[in-house]
Design a binder for this molecule. Structure first.
Ligand code: ZN
Length: 389
């Protein structure tokens, strides 16, 4: 990674660059910052910068052989240690060495913006917490024993240093205190108090603050220019607390919510008229391709629409959590969900969720549901016309 690929953090970048220019790079450093602030991407950009033979003013060149390998995080003099646990592949004695391939793929996919939880998810370790074991510490000591292969600096990055087992910390003390020449050890951590004092005291602290709201906002607009408005980017940035991973999650959630709204509105319209079989078929096909989790979210969204319709019918508009666009729709839709069909409609969606969880065929499920909901909506319309709501 180059510094330009690291979101915000101008002050930290400048400070790191200055240590190189002034030849006072500490051999053991602790990059401490909350989740999503970018401590790991900063470490990666810094390591690439130190090793680039053609560094320009405050940036690695990005094209030399060293940079090219660093961009893929797979330079022979760059090593990673991280928390692991047993999973389907490694059933005993887990350690970083055994998961290098997964780790590199994970880093590349997320361009360095990874979190502890998403790593555990990628590793498939269930609800277990990962640990950095004494085995991993032995591996670091071994790696430090070799001379750099081709780079000026051998770099070891320890992700989530607070997960160091006490026995691993103790094994590392000597290496942290006096690493061999031309080595750089960067510990990445979120919680200072969870690292034992003997480790902390041996590393130079580099504090990485949460991202500023405007940095998050700018990055959202830069990455998703067609998908996000300035207002939405600002709102997401405020809610993210300066955590880029959180901002992405919120953005994706907002995208899904909007999709669900548009598609559910269209679906209800088609079910209600019940005449345009071609369009119903097409929509059913689209919903079938969504994947199980998204199908469930879509149906849950439908339940929420029915629920909000109830609030509107009862004049409790203040309880409706929805965007203005959704509220406009709900005002028109709500009267058709009434005494005559409400219970049946709830049941239909709940049953559908139940069957999706058990691998029902989505095409058949959504077609069947379309006709049943169509009947329900007609019932609702009849009740509305005869005043039996
Ligand atoms: Zn370079």
């Amino acid at each position: 990674m180059q510094f330009k690929d690291v979101i915000g953090q101008q002050v930290v970048k400048e400070r790191l660059i200055a240590t190189v220019k002034e030849k006072r790079v500490a051999h053991t450093q602790l990059f401490l910052g909350p989740e999503g602030a970018g401590a790991l991407p900063l470490a990666l950009a810094f390591a690439q910068y130190i090793n680039c033979p053609n560094k320009q003013d405050g940036e690695s060149c990005g094209v030399c052989p060293s940079c090219v390998k660093y961009q893929k995080f797979s330079h022979p003099d760059l090593h990673f240690i991280f928390p692991t646990a047993t999973n389907n592949k490694i059933k005993k004695n887990p350690e970083s060495e055994l998961f290098q391939e997964e780790w590199l793929a994970f880093l590349q996919e997320n361009q360095g913006y990874v979190t502890q939880d998403t790593w555990y998810e990628a590793l498939g370790i269930g609800n277990k917490q990962g640990t950095i074991y004494a085995r991993d510490a032995n591996q670091i000591v071994k790696l430090l024993g070799y001379k750099p292969y081709e780079a000026p600096y051998k770099v070891v990055i320890v992700f989530m240093a607070e997960r160091l087992h006490l026995s691993a910390s103790n094994k590392l003390l000597k290496s942290l205190e006096e690493p061999p020449e031309n080595t750089l050890i960067i510990l990445i951590a979120e919680r200072y108090e969870m690292i034992i004092p003997t480790v902390r005291s041996r590393a130079q602290l580099v504090k990485v603050p949460p991202l500023s709201y405007s940095d998050v906002e700018q990055e959202l607009l830069r990455r998703f220019p067609d998908e996000i408005s300035v207002e939405k980017a600002r709102e997401v940035a405020m809610l993210s607390s300066g955590n880029w991973n959180k901002a992405r999650e919120l953005f994706e959630q907002a995208e899904d919510d909007h999709y669900n709204f548009i598609k559910f509105r269209e679906w209800m319209r088609l079910c209600f008229s019940g005449k345009d079989y071609g369009a119903i078929y097409e929509l059913v096909q689209e919903l079938s391709r969504l994947g199980r989790e998204k199908q469930k979210k879509f149906l849950h969204y439908g339940l929420q629409v029915f629920h909000n319709s109830l609030f509107i019918q009862e004049g409790q508009t203040n309880l409706v959590m929805a965007t203005e666009e959704e509220k406009d729709y709900l005002k028109k839709f709500a009267p058709y969900v009434n005494q005559a069909n409400r219970q049946k409609m709830y049941e239909l969606l709940n049953e559908a969720i139940y069957h999706i969880e058990r691998n029902a065929h989505p095409g058949i499920l959504f077609s069947d549901l379309s006709f049943q909901l169509g009947d329900c909506l007609q019932e609702g319309k009849k009740a509305l016309q005869t005043g039996k709501v």
